[in-house]
Design a binder for this molecule. Sequence first.
Ligand SMILES: C[S@@+](CC[C@H](N)C(=O)[O-])C[C@H]1O[C@@H](n2cnc3c(N)ncnc32)[C@H](O)[C@@H]1O
Length: 226
Amino acid sequence: MDIPVEVARAVSPRGEVVLQSRPAADPTRAPSLELRVNGVFVMDTVETTSERLLAQAALEVVDTPGRVLVGGLGLGFTAREVLADPRVERLDVVEIEPALVAWMGDGTVPHGPALLADPRLAVVEADVAVALAEAPDASYDLVLLDVDNGPDNLVLDINAPLYAAPALSDVRRTLAPGGVVVVWSATRSPALEDALRSVFGDAEARAVAAPGHGRVGDYWLHLAHR
Ligand SMILES: C[S@@+](CC[C@H](N)C(=O)[O-])C[C@H]1O[C@@H](n2cnc3c(N)ncnc32)[C@H](O)[C@@H]1O
């Protein structure tokens, strides 16, 4: 039976962060990992298409994505996709849960240490909204935001302002001319599209097929160009 086993647990000011493993259907394969925050499914290592497409969608529309910011380390699939691009010179990943950074670094997440060893990567333990507010003007070519399940499916209420115009204005300010922001969302968000349009002048919503996870429908990437 597919019974999850708790691998690690931490409590932070935002609540409970839990890593669980599940045996693979094929016994020759490694167990999968699942991340839950306050009991809510955040992601797993089985179906990571949309986490990777978040990076690919941005990397393919910018000629020189030298400096990249990713909001939300999670289990590192977006970061790994960014670092797979040799044009990327620096990647700042901003993660609010120190325990998750520790589990990636100490091998609790088996692929974590190799990812964190990339010399182009800096992991910053902070709220990405604060990191963006404090970042210098034009410091990034790409900003990729995947800190929650999207504005209409929040795991953490503190993330609501990130999807609204004032925080998106910080994103625009930190982007170099020609830079791109992509925001991951579990469902299409007309309010986020409106907020992006009000700040960037235009915005695009792309559906990403979401096989697995026992859900019907697509995930969504919301893009805007500076
Ligand atoms: C869906 S996961 C990110 C998945 C990631 N794209 C990947 O490929 O594994 C969301 C992550 O954002 C973090 N997070 C939530 N709110 C945050 C915030 N305000 N600032 C920075 N990180 C945040 C969570 O702790 C979690 O690690």
